[in-house]
Design a protein around this ligand. Structure first.
Ligand code: UFG
Length: 340
């Protein structure tokens, strides 16, 4: 019988792509999402791509009774917990919103999972836990830096909550995946990133500028201590990222994990500057982008990219899609959303 994976936040950007890859790998998936930062189009897209009527439960992970009903109704083998708020600036303005939603919901999930004997949990962490590392690329051993926002703090705290809960349990297993910068969309262009309001992240801002929704991209700083003066990041294709979750789930279900709590960087291992990203987007999509250089964005780190050795050797996972193809997919998705 197929194993069943609960994907919280499965209507969202990374959750929807992960649901597709889990289904392709033969898992049954149940999506739970409160649609606070997504809508049913993600679920519909996933159903179209997979040809399966993937169950969708509209619930808030803070709602213990609703969570318990879900675990009663489905025999869950593993959980991937994506459901969380993720806007850095908003988290500074409304910290309690973030602590309540991101921390309490994870604690509730862990309690309900324990009650129903579900022992395999994957947590969506972030490279944000490294801040500006002293040595690059960042390995999983690179010390975490004090978080510079409540959002970043919730990622660190949830990692620790998972670590401590695993340590106190005889049977619980946990994997934290630290994502670098997820970008791109499914090759079908049926699912992708759908930010509400003005995008905070670079690629959605680029695609919306190309689509004429935004007038001009602002490049935040060209005076950093980097080869071209703009910040360096590790941009990971969302389909590759989704596949990393499948390997993490399989690792636990097949008892291949070395420790009961493990952490993996999920990136490409390649540093790409903002200018390189913009130029590549223009080249592969054969268009010109309206952009200007402005001052640095407060809170930005200068450079961060991943050492992916551990994911390669332990998970047997490696990023595959080229930056060219990823940036083409981002533009195809934007065009479909805008009807271009
Ligand atoms: N950038 C621009 N113009 C924009 C948007 C971004 O030049 O309009 C630049 C940024 O300055 C940065 C790079 O593009 O150098 C990437 O910025 P993103 O906002 O896309 O990504 P970040 O690396 O800043 O954000 C990531 C994650 C967040 C996380 C944050 C913490 O997306 O979830 O790291 O540092 F909180």
């Amino acid at each position: 019988m197929s194993k069943c994976v609960l994907v919280t936040g499965g209507a969202g950007y990374i959750g929807s792509h992960t649901t597709v890859e889990l289904t392709a790998a033969g898992y049954d998936v149940v999506i739970a999402d409160n649609l606070s930062n997504s809508d049913m189009s993600g679920v519909e897209g996933v159903r179209t791509i997979t040809g399966k009527n993937i169950p969708f439960i509209e619930l808030n992970c803070l709602d213990r009774a609703a969570m318990e009903k879900l675990f009663e109704d489905y025999k869950i083998d593993a959980v991937i917990h994506f459901a969380a708020f993720k806007a850095v600036g908003e988290s500074v303005a409304e910290p309690l919103k973030y602590y309540s939603n991101n921390i309490e919901s994870f604690v509730t999930l862990l309690q309900v999972a324990e009650k129903y004997g579900v022992n395999n949990i994957v947590f969506s962490s972030s490279a944000t836990v490294y801040g500006q590392p002293d040595v690059l690329p960042a390995t999983e051993q690179t010390p975490r830096k004090p978080a510079t926002s409540p959002y970043g703090n919730t990622k660190q705290m949830c990692e620790d909550i998972l670590r401590d809960t695993v340590a106190a349990s005889q049977s619980l297993k946990g994997i934290a995946l630290r994502y670098f910068n997820p970008i791109g969309a499914h090759p079908s262009a049926l699912i992708g990133e759908l930010p509400k309001g003005v995008p905070n992240n670079l690629v959605p801002f680029i695609t919306q500028t190309a689509a004429g929704v935004r007038e001009c991209l602002s490049i935040f700083g060209d005076d950093y201590n980097t080869p071209d003066g703009s910040c360096l990041r590790d941009y990971i294709d969302v389909v590759d990222l989704a596949k990393a979750h499948v390997t993490a789930v399989s690792r636990m279900l097949d008892d291949k994990n070395k420790e009961r709590y493990e952490i993996f960087n999920i990136g490409t291992g390649r540093a790409v500057s903002v200018f390189e990203l913009v130029n590549t987007f223009e080249k592969v999509n054969n268009l010109k982008l309206n952009y200007k250089v402005v001052g640095r964005r407060p809170g930005d780190v200068e450079s961060v990219w991943a050492d992916t050795t551990l994911a390669e050797t332990e998970l047997g996972w490696k990023a595959e899609r080229s930056l060219d193809d990823t940036l083409k997919s981002a533009w195809e998705w934007e065009k479909r959303v805008r009807g271009l």
